[in-house]
Ligand binder design. Structure first.
Ligand code: UDP
Ligand code: MG
Length: 347
């Protein structure tokens, strides 16, 4: 029987936090009113290099609802969530970070709100981010402001990747052909009726953040180029501005020549050359981002490869990666190593 609720938890090198996560999440899920154990926890092991896979197998023995989905390589947070969404079977699916920054207790409230109000999506909204660093808060605020200015108007303020989605929503997300999707933007854009539930963002329970600055920048660029043509238009506006400036300068140069005084300086020339060069490089970069996305879309290469799914492996094979039995239409098999485990892959 399909579970009522799936909890997708992406994890990358989270061995330190796993014991706390398992006991707290299990406590919450076992006591959600009316759920009666009809849930699955899809732990997406995003190619961890520490003891995460070993610990997961251990916990699985005593927690029947725990399901382990192992990706072959580190695919990144968003791709790991996508892998979990594709695998999840529940009528409702909630995505949750492993580090307990988003308290699992809120999950029961999300489910209640969704069922009471008849909405498809319930966003967890961080009402208090005082435990995040000032830098993280400021960059997050800038991210939401830029995204809203770029046209993502229905983006709920302060919503991260803690959200509950109905089966219809998850199916709609899974059906999108887009690679490198940023779910916190994609889900609102689908237009399903939604509600929000506020919560306080907590301190990471253990371990270190897996989101260095470079990854945050990547996520923002993916978000912006995946959602808006505004940067491309920006390039056009730079071009128009540059052209107008060039015409004016030409006029000025002619006037200066007629009036007989030589163009004064070197400084202005250098400034102009540098400015024009800078704008051109910026525009090229913007174009490059979009060309890169077109290239990635044309290649159609999956953003993750599933190496193992505990649900479809036969009993006794717990510790050995088994053949994944995802239907072929849902997941075209990736290029297989002849002696390696079968893998399935999706965007
Ligand atoms: N994560 C992942 N793959 C990655 C990086 C992170 O699955 O390549 C997971 C990580 O284990 C955690 C969640 O994504 O459950 C959010 O990461 P983290 O807490 O490090 O980010 P932060 O909260 O610092 O932004
Ligand atoms: Mg975190």
């Amino acid at each position: 029987m399909e579970p009522h609720l799936s909890v997708v938890v992406p994890m990358y090198d989270e061995a330190e936090v796993l014991p706390v996560l398992v006991s707290r999440l299990r406590g919450v899920l076992d006591s959600v009113p009316g759920l009666d154990g009809s849930y699955e926890v899809v732990a997406v092991d995003d190619g961890s290099r520490d003891a995460t896979p070993v610990l997961l197998q251990r916990y699985r023995r005593e927690w029947p609802q725990l399901r382990v989905l192992r990706l072959r390589t580190n695919a990144g947070h968003q791709a790991a969530i996508s892998a979990g969404l594709t695998a999840a079977r529940g009528d409702w699916v909630v995505t949750l970070d492993a580090d307990l920054q988003d308290p699992p207790e809120v999950l029961a409230e999300m489910l209640a709100v969704a069922e009471d109000r008849g909405v498809d999506v319930v966003y967890g909204v961080r009402t208090d981010r005082s435990t995040d660093s000032l830098f993280k808060r400021q960059t997050a605020r800038a991210f939401y402001a830029v995204m809203r200015a770029a046209g993502a108007r229905d983006l709920p303020s302060g919503a991260g990747d803690y959200r509950l989605m109905s089966r219809a929503t998850v199916n709609a997300v899974n059906a999108l052909p887009e690679t490198h999707r940023v779910l916190r933007l994609v889900v609102p854009s689908l237009g399903f009726p939604s509600a929000t539930v506020g919560y306080r963002r907590e301190e990471r329970a253990a371990g270190r953040s897996k989101y260095p600055l470079a990854r945050m920048v990547r996520l923002s660029v993916d978000a912006l180029t995946g959602f808006s043509l505004a940067p491309l238009r920006l390039a056009t506006w730079f071009g128009v501005g540059g052209f107008v400036a060039a015409v004016l300068l030409f006029g000025y140069a002619l006037v200066a020549k007629w009036q007989g005084h030589a163009v004064a300086g070197w400084t202005s020339t250098v400034t102009i050359v540098a400015a024009v060069g800078g704008v051109q490089l910026l525009c090229l970069g913007i174009l490059g981002e979009y060309v890169g996305r077109i290239y990635a879309a044309l290649q159609g290469r999956p953003t993750y490869y599933v190496a193992y799914d505990s649900l479809t492996s036969s009993p006794g094979q717990d510790d050995a990666p088994a053949r994944a039995a995802t239907p072929p239409e849902a997941a075209p098999p990736a290029a297989d190593a002849p002696d390696g485990p079968r893998t399935t892959a999706r965007h």
